[in-house]
Design a protein around this ligand. Structure first.
Ligand code: FES
Length: 158
């Protein structure tokens, strides 16, 4: 070996491959770690619960109809009890409006009688009646995921 090559070492092909291997291992390790951390977060879509409180019974005096816009439901209070009917049209999901004779959909003209039964328009099904129950804290609850038979009312007035 000459004096020149002893003091100044050349970067050989073997050195290059060694460094490339180390860097490939480091990058692979970080990629795996990133994947592991990503897996700890659930990949789910959160939405509001279908079961919600609507208030105390005294907030629904006999003879009243309340439309809860954000919950998309009508609450009817009568001598027979209280019931809930969805305000979502069964055609394409528009919000129906209450009328003197029942419900009218503003989108394509479906009409429903006061029990939610289709009387005109393209809606394929009646407006579902929803389960109403009383929570342990005294509030009334509607479960929009549970349909009940039309005519089902909850007795809340003694
Ligand atoms: S969405 Fe109600 S009639 Fe079409």
């Amino acid at each position: 070996m000459s004096g020149e090559t002893q003091g100044k070492r050349k970067f050989s092909r073997r050195d290059f491959l060694g460094l490339a291997t180390i860097w490939a291992a480091v990058i692979s390790g970080f990629t795996v770690l990133a994947g592991v951390f990503r897996m700890t977060k659930a990949n789910v879509y959160y939405e509001d619960s279908k079961k919600f409180k609507i208030g105390k019974p005294e907030e629904f005096p006999i003879g009243t109809v309340k439309q809860l816009d954000e919950k998309r439901v009508f609450i009817f209070a009568s001598n027979d009890g209280l019931h809930a009917i969805t305000s979502v049209c069964t055609h394409l999901g528009c919000i129906v409006a209450a009328t003197d004779w029942g419900f009218q959909c503003p989108c394509h003209g479906s009409q429903f009688n006061s029990d939610g039964k289709v009387i005109a328009g393209p809606a394929p099904r009646p407006l579902p009646w929803l389960e109403v129950s009383r929570h342990v804290d005294g509030n009334l609850m509607v479960d929009a995921s549970k349909e009940v038979k039309p005519g089902t009312k909850v007795k809340i007035y003694l």
